[in-house]
Write a protein that binds this ligand. Sequence first.
Ligand SMILES: CC(C)(COP(=O)(O)OP(=O)(O)OC[C@H]1O[C@@H](n2cnc3c(N)ncnc32)[C@H](O)[C@@H]1OP(=O)(O)O)[C@@H](O)C(=O)NCCC(=O)NCCS
Length: 432
Amino acid sequence: MAPTQTSTLPLDTASSNALAESGLEYALVDPDGDAFAPFLRSVSRGFLGEEPTAEEVESARKSLRDRRLTGVFDRAGAVPEAPVATVDSWASELTVSPGRTLPLWSISAVTVAPTHRRRGIARAMLTGELRTAAAAGYALAGLTVTEATIYGRWGFSPAAWASDVVVDTSRARWTGPVAPGRLDFVAPESLPERLAAVHERIRVRRPGAVPGWEGRWRGVAGLTPESKDAKKIRAVAYRDLDGVERGILVYTLDEREDYTAHDLQVRALFADGDESLAALWRFALEHDLVARVKADLQPPAPPVQWMISDRRAVTATLTDHHWLRVLDVPRALASRDYSGALDMVFGIDDPLGFAHGAWAVRIDAGGAAVVEPTDAEPDVRMPVGALASLLLGGVRATELASAGLVAGEPARLGEIDGAFAPAATPLLDIWY
Ligand SMILES: CC(C)(COP(=O)(O)OP(=O)(O)OC[C@H]1O[C@@H](n2cnc3c(N)ncnc32)[C@H](O)[C@@H]1OP(=O)(O)O)[C@@H](O)C(=O)NCCC(=O)NCCS
């Protein structure tokens, strides 16, 4: 069983030694200690942010208290207490099929100071994270990325996609369902609890999703000290006819050149069921003095396009969003439900070793998988990243094969497509 407390796991020796050879120190940072403020400053600098104030440090400290924070220190530098590289990881869980989750080693805040870039520090940190996660029993690691060019070399690959949606409200007459419940404005102070409650119900049903956390919800609600939009944030909650809160929309209204044509910028739209989805989208699209509704991290084929008179009012820009890394092939593949039977040997190429080898994948007619190492000749071959992309069924093996990323007979690839077809399109609806 993968531990949920990761901050006490030992540092990876290979990375420690590699960094020491360059005169650098690899060390855990205690969120409650003096090293936390310089750590946070280094993270902020890495992401081109402003210097955090004392109040922001205390707010982040609270939010990151359960995290495993690791820094790389150049003690010969002018500010030896400020890490020249940072990484933040924690025990999360990934929904792999509706109602089924798998422990996930989540990684964030990967930064290397511009003074120390391109000397292998990120490589030492990332491979250290993967070895630590694998040794602790995690079958998967995951992250979200600023650039799509960095993490593939360590076996990460997109497994869930998301759309950034813009809707031209002048073309979007509502034709969707009329929700029978009611909408009410709710106070920002109440949002962390409300968002957590609704999101928790949604994320366990959506492959690709992970739980949020208190600091994330406080940020959405504009309740963190660094929030620039705090005074503009409004929110409505949808309650069904039984009085159960089923959805939350958090948004701001941004004035453009014309007062009658504001942008409604969605900060969160979480709907537990079709009724609340329709109610919240309708509220946004029919808001007075709004010309555009903008919402990020929506499903790849956004359902709102089916709820309005002119589907071309919706522009959806698709991006890779949730990147996964398979560390344990049998446990990762056996964790989900499948749509059909399969009996096939997968040959996985993993330069870092974790997933390397030939694996007999047997899925019964009920969609349950058993995966074991085998000496048999593989039917299909792929790099470890392709396996991560296939895992949740967000992309087909035949599509990856046409890009040269999976090799095998077309008929066998078609069998994988049939078996791996997901019960719901994978989506990650937050950043982490
Ligand atoms: C991205 C970043 C962490 C890389 O750190 P680094 O220590 O310079 O990376 P390394 O020296 O270990 O390089 C490892 C490999 O990644 C490549 N690489 C590093 N940064 C890259 C980038 N931005 N784009 C493409 N490749 C990159 C290197 O060329 C090297 O390639 P190789 O394996 O073929 O030799 C660092 O540039 C950074 O902090 N950027 C700003 C913050 C950021 O974007 N973080 C990522 C958050 S998701």
